[in-house]
Design a protein. Structure first.
Length: 262
């Protein structure tokens, strides 16, 4: 039961959607640094290539790019097919890609719902469904394959900003993850969610530039998340230490959800 075995992910094959930037990049680095073989996918091919070069320079594990536009169902299926050509098994799927749309209630457009729900919720199912045979091939009794869905605290609480489609999509993702945990658990695959609070990312950049002190002031631990925080949570869920966790939604937020002020 030593930590080196409990949290070991060496040699595991991982797919991280949106793994080139932001939280996805943090997660990818955590896996590569600990000896995993990581496939990074997003529609920004240049960013994928750059991230892989940087990650491969770290040694231990490796990083590989398979660009895909997840708004297109055909690209999701091509991603799964390409992964199958390269790997007989997929041990870990991290559904991280996402988008946001902030606009006032009175002018919030219909197209925002289509765009955000498609990427944040619908395509999580599409991609998961497409790679399920690879996940099943990697499953073992004491070491199931893993699905980690990157949700948000805004899917647990009412957000301060007017991001109606985003918060709704993340609440839907949290429940989809539980539904998958029940269905796929019987096929040797766990499904869990990290409901992330504020981290340094492109999506959060403008908000943090304006409101960082206020945000940190409302977090009991007094800071925003770091790469080690999200990478560590993913390593736990992906290793022997987290093998019996299934259907959980973990608030990775420094306590912001429970720190509401009266």
């Amino acid at each position: 039961m030593d930590a080196s075995n409990l949290f070991n992910v060496k040699g595991k094959v991982v797919l991280v959607t949106g793994g080139a930037k932001g939280i996805g990049r943090m997660i990818s680095e955590g896996f590569v640094t600990n000896g995993a073989k990581v496939y990074i996918s997003s529609r920004d091919a240049s960013a994928c290539d750059t991230a892989c070069k940087e990650l491969n320079a770290l040694g231990k594990g490796t990083a590989h790019a398979i660009p895909a536009d997840f708004y297109k169902e055909s690209d999701c299926l091509k991603l799964a097919a390409e992964l199958k050509k390269r790997e007989p098994k997929l041990h870990i799927l991290v559904n991280n890609s996402g988008s946001n749309w902030g606009e006032s209630y009175d002018s919030y457009p219909d197209k925002a719902w289509t765009r955000v729900l498609t990427l944040n919720l619908h395509r999580v199912f599409t991609i998961t469904q497409a790679v399920t045979p690879l996940l099943e091939a990697a499953s073992a009794l004491s070491d199931p394959a893993r699905i980690i869905n990157i949700g948000s605290v805004d899917g647990l609480r009412v957000p301060a900003l007017e991001t109606f489609a985003y918060s709704s999509s993340k609440a839907g993702l949290h429940h989809l993850s539980r539904v998958l945990a029940n269905h796929l658990g019987k096929r040797g695959i766990t499904s869990n969610t990290l409901a992330c609070g504020p981290f340094e990312s492109k999506m959060m950049k403008a908000t943090l530039e304006k409101f960082k002190e206020t945000i940190e002031g409302n977090i009991p631990l007094g800071r925003i998340g770091t790469p080690e925080d999200v990478a560590g949570a993913c390593l736990f869920l992906s290793s022997r230490a987290g093998a019996y966790v299934n259907g959980a939604t973990i608030a990775l937020d420094g306590g912001s959800v429970v720190g509401s002020k009266l």
